[in-house]
Design a binder for this molecule. Structure first.
Ligand code: 9J3
Ligand code: ZN
Length: 261
């Protein structure tokens, strides 16, 4: 549990863009069949309809034996904050983390190169996320493609415990009571292995299980939206959520970061 609790003041001007909830942009979604997706499974693309110009793109992988439904709440959430999002089923539910990493990159390539919304996506502003083995895949994707602007592993699971090669700004979310990917064996060593020359943060959800981020999780939403706004868009207006970041509370066990950034 948390060591202490405190109230953090937030700028009033962010009220309309509260990163704990859906944001100000209208959005819609479109599905893509397995047959139409090169290198990954059936997918859903969520995209804002009231933005102008191009926006950042985010690919999100589910975990072991999960389908995209495990991370689908993030589609509307991030699209309504102005990102084009692709969630997908992996080729097999049993795919290992590195395979999920390759599928995340294939999904981004499809999004920017082939998809019906490719003209909406800025190919120089891309991010990856994923749950569990998809979170391990998120680290693998960032390791192999350093041009990614942000990575957010959720309750990540991987046999590789050290990620000094990841220079993409990375927010790791762990769950305090996760017995499938215990933070002491996964999220925490992953976090401490990230290199000193790259920005990173660690959010640990209080009293939370492995599936805490498989449905709307406000603490994860706040940190993820703010992380993507800062590192994908260069938008500093959410920085009060990132630095110093959340104090321990009923939902946050701990937060560590390389603040200021
Ligand atoms: O994606 C996950 O939920 C990974 C955790 C797991 O079940 O690993 C066991 C092989
Ligand atoms: Zn901890």
């Amino acid at each position: 549990g948390p060591a202490s609790a405190s109230v953090v003041e937030r700028p009033q001007t962010l009220a309309a863009n509260n990163p704990a909830r859906n944001g100000p942009y209208a959005y819609t979604s479109t599905t893509v069949s397995d047959a139409a997706t090169p290198g990954f499974g059936a997918a859903t693309i969520y995209y804002p309809t009231s933005t102008t110009g191009t926006v950042g793109g985010v690919a999100i992988s589910p975990g072991f034996t999960e389908s995209q439904s495990a991370i689908s709440w993030l589609g509307p959430r991030l699209a309504s904050h102005g990102f084009v999002v692709i969630t997908f089923n992996t080729n097999s539910g049993l795919d290992n983390p590195d395979s999920r990493g390759a599928q995340l990159l294939a999904a981004l390539d499809y999004l920017t190169g082939t998809s019906a919304v490719k003209s909406k996506v800025d190919p120089s502003r891309l991010a990856v996320m994923g749950h569990s083995m998809g979170g391990g895949g998120t680290l693998a994707a960032a390791k192999s493609r350093p041009s990614l602007k942000a990575a957010i592993p959720l309750a990540p699971w991987h046999t590789d415990k050290t990620w000094p090669e990841v220079t993409t700004p990375t927010l790791i979310v762990g769950a305090e009571n996760d017995t499938i990917a215990p933070v002491a064996d996964h999220a925490e060593p992953f976090y401490t292995s990230l290199p000193a020359n790259a920005e990173h943060a660690y959010l640990e959800l209080n009293n939370a299980s492995h599936s805490a981020t498989n449905s709307d999780n406000p603490a994860t939403s706040v940190q993820s939206v703010s992380w993507l706004k800062h590192f994908v868009n260069g938008d500093t207006s959410y920085d009060s959520y990132l630095c110093p970041g959340p104090a321990p509370s009923s939902t946050v066990e701990e937060y560590r970061s390389t603040c200021p950034f």
